[in-house]
Ligand binder design. Structure first.
Ligand code: 7LV
Length: 333
């Protein structure tokens, strides 16, 4: 049953897969390809002062495209609603994956953390900071690849990545000392702190700073003191310590994390962050199929897609590409 006229004949809307503050996320099916999508639905009148966050997230997701960041396919705006049609992550939240395994092995943590680091380094290379990095905002696809989500708090500092930000945001548990002090901070440095908290949670199965009152939590974070479990390897302790430095100027930089010995243990290469999507050539086979379906020339279809309007054609192209990558038959029905 389709309750939203704007989605009619484009998507089938199915069950709610989650709610987050001012948004509801529903499972959907892209009718032309039969592929599953996640549809983030926001009612404008309920947004209130969260309205700017929606614009920020939309603009960010439209200008980034990385294999470890949840892909935005289509944006539909009506007088009353925003609809964001995105890549469906059927593996659920990384958080649940850690909980059900109690904690991850060092090598599994390394596999996930390298992917998260790649997504964050890519984001920073595009001039964005996430500012709300936490396990709940890291989803898994069906192959257990990570997908970073929720860019409602991200920022694109005007004067570039070196300018200071001021807004205090994100969840305190993962927030850097300078951020909870309300001081001016460098976005990339607060993301590195959150990455340190994240890696600690992956390896230990619990949080470095976790108290029952906000005040004691703040004091603990500002002290930068946390208990290192005795079974944590020397290398793991060292790399976490480099990220959880209270003084941001002493904190390791993302570019140094990429080639840190903990990342490359097990003869891995340093983490790279170039996007497989951006390196990918336009897929002529998919374009030709779409051109035939719409009865236009391949050139005209390619022209149209090149404008990245985030309309139904953008969604159809990306979903057909996803099917092709899975070796599924390319069909448009
Ligand atoms: C706790 N948050 C504030 C909201 C929560 C809503 C459900 C969602 N989800 C889940 O929780 N599954 C367990 C299933 C699931 C599957 N695919 C998804 C694909 C995209 C998103 C998504 C959601 C939001 Cl609010 C975004 O801004 C973006 Cl960029 C992406 N959420 C998905 C999603 C995870 C987040």
């Amino acid at each position: 049953m389709v309750r939203f006229a704007a989605l009619k004949s484009l998507y089938e809307v199915e069950k709610t897969i989650g709610t987050g503050g001012f948004a509801k996320v529903k499972l959907g099916t892209h009718i032309l390809t039969g592929e599953k999508v996640a549809i983030k639905i926001m009612e404008k009148e309920c947004l209130g002062d969260d309205y700017p966050r929606v614009r920020i997230e939309l603009e960010a997701l439209k200008s980034i495209s990385h294999h470890h960041i949840c892909k935005l396919y289509q944006v539909i705006e009506t007088p009353t609603h925003f609809f964001m049609i995105m890549e469906y992550c059927s593996g659920g939240e990384l958080f649940d994956h850690i909980v059900e395994k109690n904690k991850l092995s060092e090598s599994e943590s390394r596999m996930f953390f390298r992917q998260i680091l790649s997504a964050v380094a890519y984001l920073h290379s595009k001039g964005y900071v996430h500012r709300d990095l936490k396990p709940e905002n890291i989803l898994l696809d069906k192959d257990l690849n990570i997908k970073l989500i929720d860019f409602g708090l991200c920022a694109k500092p005007e004067g570039g990545m070196e300018t200071h930000l001021q807004t205090s945001c994100g969840s305190p548990t993962y927030a850097a000392p300078e951020l909870i002090k309300g001081r001016k901070y460098i976005g990339s440095e607060v993301d590195v702190w959150s990455l340190g908290v994240l890696l600690f949670a992956l390896l230990c199965g619990f949080l470095p700073f976790d108290c029952d009152t906000i005040d004691s939590l703040y004091k603990k974070i500002l002290s930068g003191k946390y208990d290192e479990p005795s079974w944590l390897s020397k290398e793991s302790r060292e790399v976490i310590r480099r990220m959880l430095q209270v003084d941001p100027s002493k904190r390791i930089k993302v570019e140094d994390l990429l080639s840190h010995s903990w990342m490359t243990m097990g003869c891995y290469e340093p983490v790279t962050f170039s996007s497989l999507h951006e390196l990918q050539e336009r897929d002529e086979e998919v374009i030709d199929l779409m051109a035939t379906y719409y009865g236009v020339s391949g050139k005209a279809m390619s022209q149209r897609l090149g404008e990245w309007r985030y309309d139904y054609d953008t969604a159809t192209y990306h979903l057909m590409l996803a099917r092709k990558k899975q070796g599924l038959p390319l069909k448009i029905n």
